[in-house]
Design a protein around this ligand. Structure first.
Ligand code: NOJ
Ligand code: CA
Length: 511
């Protein structure tokens, strides 16, 4: 929500809409980076880790926001971005301006190029956003062209984590925000930070992973971070955005003296298949078993296509009225809410927002601009179009001026103002399922059993001391007959007494 009408959401806007978040019933919010940033990668290019981006507000406002949330019993998680800084960060600016060999250069990964005069990058690493992960760095009269490493956009130079200044700086950053009352951090690219010694070509390894990511030194850093966080209340929390080549490598981040949790991203790429969901659930339960860290389920985030659009089109031809898509979407929430662990929702999924179709000329995501002409990848703007609040206002009440990404006209129909009082709206469905999880112990329970999939039906059993509930979900295209006695909830609005599950439908059944 944009409070000062410059087209960009801000802290005052968030505070103005805090009731929406509160009524949703969540325990915590996670904010994408709010630090001063040129917004080259929408805040993931931080120029000062000890302040708030003026466009979003001020430190004082941030403090008031924390109080507002805490008063409502909602925790606040920040994003922390340790792999790279903004090219406007004071360290990179000093490195650029102080002349070759100055100590600030040591904070980054700067190397001589290869080939005649160093015209080629030092190695063959590629940026996650496309293209080489090296850009020219001033050579200051040296013989060879120099280059600096950026695993993302050129505006995000990677830090040199072999330098103790970097360690110290990030420890101070953690303390700075923990002292202000922040409840924890989502660690951006937590598997990044260190690179393989000698920066070997990835072609030698056959992939980008073994050389550029997930180096053993990173674990000492998280051990230190965990110690810092443990100096505060036990509810303070570190969750990593972690991608590793193998499950064994992921385990290393979740040792008892490191991070509290890691996102599971598998549902973001999971086809509509009961076997697939069963396998993903099973893998996460195993990970939990091995680490003691509860799983973290998520269906959408700021980097991926909104899950309405991922799943709904699969059935569009069979369900012209969208009803089946609607049931599927409801079932997915009911599914993850019945699993043991933590659930992260992405803003707007409670309104069933689809992926927005952003015209190319309005796109902002650096990942879009680094694609080759033959690429179909459009970047991440389509999931970042702001929330529609009020159907009667321009830009659905997000802003009076031009929103930073254009809002599709039809999004007025998704507005909170319309869904708020409609008992059948997706918003009220989300509220009721979240509320149900608060009340019903079997939903929160860590005890899960009989995770099975057969004939496109996914099922598992949740238990408390005095209740056993079977969760049944129909991934097939046909009705599935089931023994409907003791149904607690089902996700279609079909007659609760019907003794078959519709396609896409889920039921909670006491057994
Ligand atoms: C992962 C974040 O989720 C994404 O939005 C960002 O572009 C990259 N890390 C780089 O910081
Ligand atoms: Ca604003």
């Amino acid at each position: 929500m944009d409070a000062n009408q410059d087209g960009i959401g801000d802290i005052a806007g968030l505070r103005a809409r805090i009731d929406h978040i509160h009524q949703l019933g969540v325990d915590a919010i996670w904010l994408n980076p709010t630090y001063p940033s040129p917004q080259g990668d929408h805040g993931y290019d931080v120029s000062d880790y000890f302040d708030v981006e003026p466009m979003f507000g001020s430190l004082e406002e941030f403090d008031r926001m924390i109080d507002d949330f805490h008063q409502r019993g909602i925790m606040v998680l920040m994003d922390i971005v340790p792999n790279h800084v903004s090219s406007q960060h004071e360290w990179f600016q000093s490195a650029l301006t102080e002349g070759a060999g100055n100590p600030s250069e040591e904070h980054f990964i700067i190397r001589d190029g290869t080939g005649p005069g160093g015209v080629n990058p030092p190695n063959d690493w590629v940026s996650i956003f496309g293209g080489p992960s090296w850009s020219p760095f001033p050579s200051s009269g040296r013989h060879l062209q120099r280059w600096y490493l950026h695993m993302f956009d050129p505006c995000q130079p990677d830090l040199n984590w072999h330098h103790t200044d970097v360690h110290e700086r990030f420890e101070n950053i953690l303390r700075f925000w923990l002292d202000r009352g922040v409840d924890g951090f989502r660690i951006d690219v937590a598997h990044g930070l260190f690179k393989a010694p000698g920066l070997p070509n990835r072609s030698g390894f056959g992939d980008n992973w073994s050389a550029c990511w997930d180096q053993p030194e990173v674990h000492d850093i998280y051990r230190k971070w965990r110690k810092i966080v443990d100096e505060y209340e036990s509810s303070r929390f570190l969750i990593g955005e972690i991608h590793t080549a193998t499950r064994e490598r992921l385990l290393e981040y979740l040792r008892a003296d490191q991070l509290h949790a890691a996102f599971d991203f598998s549902f973001l790429h999971q086809d509509w298949s009961s076997d697939g969901f069963r396998d993903r659930i099973g893998a996460n339960l195993d990970l939990w078993n091995d680490t003691g860290c509860l799983p973290v389920w998520t269906l959408s985030n700021h980097d991926e296509i909104r899950h309405w659009s991922r799943y709904a089109p699969l059935l569009a031809d069979r369900s012209p009225d969208g009803q089946v898509a609607n049931i599927r979407y409801r079932s997915l929430l009911a599914l993850i809410m019945a699993l043991p662990g933590r659930i992260f929702l992405y803003n707007g999924e409670e309104l069933a927002l689809p992926q927005a179709d952003v015209p190319d000329e309005d796109r902002q995501d650096p990942a879009f601009f680094r694609q080759t002409p033959d690429s179909d990848y459009k970047g991440r703007d389509g999931c970042r179009v702001p929330m529609p609040w009020d159907a009667n206002l321009p830009n659905a009440g997000f802003t009076n001026s031009e929103p930073w990404l254009p809002m599709p006209e039809e999004w007025h129909d998704y507005s909170v103002s319309i869904q708020h009082d409609d008992p059948n709206s997706m918003l009220n469905y989300y509220r009721s399922v979240i509320q149900r999880r608060r009340i019903e112990d079997w939903m929160k329970s860590d005890s899960i059993d009989e995770v099975e999939s057969s004939s496109d039906i996914l099922s598992f059993v949740k238990k408390t001391e005095n209740k056993r509930v079977r969760v049944l979900m129909n991934f097939s295209d046909s009705d599935f007959p089931f023994d409907n006695d003791n149904t607690i909830m089902r996700t279609s609005d079909s007659d609760i007494s019907d003794s078959f599950l519709r396609p896409g439908e889920l039921a909670y059944i006491e057994i």
